[in-house]
Design a protein around this ligand. Structure first.
Ligand SMILES: NC(=O)c1ccc[n+]([C@@H]2O[C@H](COP(=O)([O-])OP(=O)(O)OC[C@H]3O[C@@H](n4cnc5c(N)ncnc54)[C@H](OP(=O)(O)O)[C@@H]3O)[C@@H](O)[C@H]2O)c1
Length: 332
């Protein structure tokens, strides 16, 4: 495993982070029911592989991801850098409508009151007295940044959180937030099929010493297997909402696999996931690769991406051949 600093906080994190949206289940990840025992086994695998950085959020499975992690982390909390999020909540006590799912209405609220309550709620569910990093899940302009950052800085002073991060934000948001304290990381969508937002962001991350944490590099599995685009997903499943299952992008993805990714996997003797991960890691040096896992096998395979010495030429070839399938913006 490779390790890096989380922004300039001095917190050392594995370059591969364990994403736990999927373990929350619910209508968006309906095909695998997990319990705390399973999550404990995943944490053991992570520890064995050197992955110490875990990402969750209150809304993943409407609290289920945090609750399962809280149970599974008992007795080993100190072994991990634990990251959760604030701003999206279903308390019904304010904020802007964000979505309705699994029988609840989720609002986005970056007021000081809401952010502080979010953190208190997460501390309870995660059964811990501190969270290493708290991400503003959806940056919004309805409350002053000074107010949101003020609340997060108070939480740092109180010892309840150690670092602050942003998600679903723009490079200019990072500049604004940095006026009121350090933003250790931005967690943003970035993949071979949708790289433009990341490319726009890298310069500001470099300027502020902020880690660029990628989510969705494997596109929820679509970049792990050419058969994925032909699958049928039940209503509500996050994978059925992505643009990859619709023409003409679907055919463009098949062509990308047939003409470029499959021959490269043969050349490097690796899985599709590893090829995509190696490409992702080459895009920006201070990049943290947040990958979702519900199975130990996929976690074990993923860490092999560090063994691939992807040439500059092949990296450029992948970017060039992916162009017909690319989309500018994604909302997951
Ligand atoms: N800030 C945000 O708004 C936001 C949005 C989306 C996601 N996220 C975070 O980012 C994390 C990652 O995103 P994601 O989980 O949506 O998607 P992802 O990482 O692109 O894909 C996850 C899927 O890829 C599969 N996979 C992983 N490694 C594999 C391998 N080596 N071979 C084959 N399949 C492999 C997993 O399989 P198994 O499930 O079978 O193990 C899982 O189904 C989330 O869990 C969450 O923590 C944040």
């Amino acid at each position: 495993m490779k390790y890096m600093n989380l922004g300039n906080t001095g917190i050392e994190v594995s370059q591969i982070a364990f994403g736990t949206w999927g373990i929350g289940g619910g209508i968006v990840w309906p095909d695998m029911a997990l319990d705390a025992g399973h999550v404990r086994a995943l944490l053991k695998e992570a520890k064995d592989l050197g992955i110490n950085y875990i990402d969750t959020a209150p809304v993943y499975g409407t609290s289920m991801s945090e609750k399962l992690l809280g149970e599974a982390l008992k007795g080993q909390r100190e072994d991990f850098v634990l990251q959760t999020k604030c701003s999206l909540n279903w308390r019904g006590d304010g904020g802007n409508y964000h979505y309705s799912r699994d029988g609840v209405t989720v609002n986005n609220d970056t007021s000081a009151r809401a952010v502080k309550q979010d953190v208190e709620d997460s501390l309870l569910r995660l059964q811990t007295d501190y969270i290493d990093s708290v991400v503003v899940h959806y940056v919004c302009k309805s409350w002053p940044v000074e107010e949101t950052m003020g609340a997060l800085q108070d939480l740092i002073k109180e010892g309840k959180i150690r670092a602050i991060a942003l998600s679903n934000s723009q490079p200019e948001d990072l500049a604004e937030y940095e006026k009121y304290g350090h933003v250790a990381a931005v967690q943003e969508f970035f993949s071979l099929l949708s790289p433009f937002h990341g490319y726009d962001y890298f310069e500001n991350c470099r300027r502020y010493g902020t880690t660029f944490q990628v989510y969705g590099a494997l596109e929820e599995g679509f970049l792990t297997d050419p058969a994925f685009v032909d699958k049928e997903f039940p209503a509500g499943d996050v994978r059925g909402k992505l643009p990859w299952i619709h023409e003409p992008i679907k055919s463009a993805i098949h062509t990308l696999f047939d003409e470029t990714l499959t021959p490269l996997c043969e050349k490097y003797q690796c899985s599709y996931a590893n090829l995509i991960e190696a490409w992702t890691l080459k895009q920006y040096p201070d990049l943290n690769l947040l990958v979702g896992f519900r199975r130990a096998e996929t976690m074990r395979d993923t860490v092999k991406c560090f063994d691939i010495d992807l040439s500059e030429e092949d990296c450029l070839l992948m970017s060039e051949k992916a162009a017909p399938a690319q989309v500018p913006v994604l909302d997951k």
